[in-house]
Ligand binder design. Structure first.
Ligand code: 2OP
Length: 364
């Protein structure tokens, strides 16, 4: 759906509510001013709601595993789309989870409808598709170790998207996310602004968590930024971290900061090692929902996203985490931050790893 169509949908919703408002006032007439005011206030509320509501009509999550389900819960609860589809090769599992998510959303006062199934036709009309399908890594494995299983799965999904929802914006979450985002973008005609991945929002949340723990300050006041590949060589940019606008170095020693950096880099592995049976799902679900929210509301948020680079940071032919402006149309802009020599060296180290991973994918 292009911008004009999105506005047309919203305009129609406002028109419908406005016409209800006029009928309401007319209906309230015999009840005197009280009746009229009641319908007037109710109508104004509904018109305002229609004007400010979600912009995404249909969103599909491909992969009804734990991450897909966690994201679906928040997306449905927060009414980030009107219709949410949970798609999975295990159709009945997806149907069951969809019913569960829908019923939970209804309890939260949401009108988002949720359906599930396995048929690719369910993608039809989706404006946004989130890909969480594939196997998670096991303890001791790297994200790249699941490439041979997840690559053909992603290829099949991209084929289905190109066939049934060719205009859909695509958010890749499955691992190895940098490599699979690069692949998805190369299989789509839409370009890097419409096909990108989630990793940095999650990594940044992890780092904020560790900073809050180390300092005892509210996580609300912490701003942080993680760039690079979604692996152990990711680049937490401590110079860009602040607590209540005060640089992090004011509160923490170099050793403390180094500990946070290391823990952030291995944050996914730490959870995997403890859970053993599966990797993180709740925080990735929230990270997906944050990106969906930014798109659904056209917020122009500056968030890290896995984006195909076109010369930024001195790189092409690669997808990795960089700060982006996330708007209604997807990535509106990649932000190129000035890096000092040490940060650039860490970025290059991480990028070189992703280049090797992409080369492995291309050779397979
Ligand atoms: C993580 O870092 C699964 O890659 C995901 O937890």
């Amino acid at each position: 759906m292009n911008l004009a169509e999105v506005f047309a949908v919203r305009r129609d919703a406002v028109k419908r509510r406005w016409s209800c408002l006029r009928s309401g006032i007319a209906f309230g007439w015999p009840f005197g001013h009280g009746g009229q005011y009641f319908f007037l206030y109710a109508g104004v509320f509904l018109v305002a709601r229609a004007a400010g509501r979600c912009l995404v009509n249909k969103l599909t999550i491909v992969g009804a595993g734990l991450v897909g389900e966690a994201a679906a819960q928040i997306i449905a609860r927060d009414e980030l789309c009107r219709e949410l589809v949970l798609m999975d090769v295990q159709g009945e599992l997806a149907q069951g989870k969809a019913l569960d998510v829908w019923q939970a959303a209804v309890e939260s006062g949401s009108d988002t409808r949720v359906v599930g199934g396995s048929m690719a036709e369910l993608l039809q009309g989706s404006e946004l598709v989130v890909i969480t399908a594939g196997v998670p890594r096991k303890p001791g494995q790297s994200r790249q170790d699941v490439l041979s299983i997840n690559l053909p799965i992603l290829d099949g999904i991209m084929q289905d998207i190109n066939r049934h929802a060719p205009a859909a914006t695509v958010l890749v979450v499955s691992n190895p996310v940098d490599v699979l985002t690069y692949r998805a973008c190369s299989l789509s005609p839409l370009g890097r602004g419409r096909v990108f991945g989630q990793a940095g929002v999650l990594d940044t949340a992890r780092m904020k968590c560790f900073i809050a723990e180390e300092t005892g300050f509210s996580a609300r006041d912490i701003t942080a930024l993680v760039l690079g590949g979604h692996g152990d060589s990711m680049v937490p940019l401590m110079r860009y971290c602040q607590i209540g606008s005060v640089p992090l170095s004011h509160f923490l020693t170099d050793e403390q900061i180094e500990r946070i950096v290391e823990r952030t880099r291995k944050g996914g592995g730490e959870i995997l090692g403890l859970k053993k049976m599966g990797s993180a799902c709740d925080a990735p679900g929230v990270a997906i929902a944050q990106m969906v929210d930014a798109i659904a509301h056209g917020r122009n948020r500056i968030l890290p996203a896995v984006a195909v680079l076109e010369g930024e940071y001195g790189r092409t032919g690669i997808a990795m985490g960089v700060p982006c402006v996330l708007a209604q149309e997807g990535i509106a802009r990649v932000i190129e931050l000035p890096l000092d020599a040490q940060e650039q060296a860490m970025f290059d180290h991480s990028a070189d790893q992703v280049v090797r991973d992409i080369a492995e994918m291309q050779a397979s």
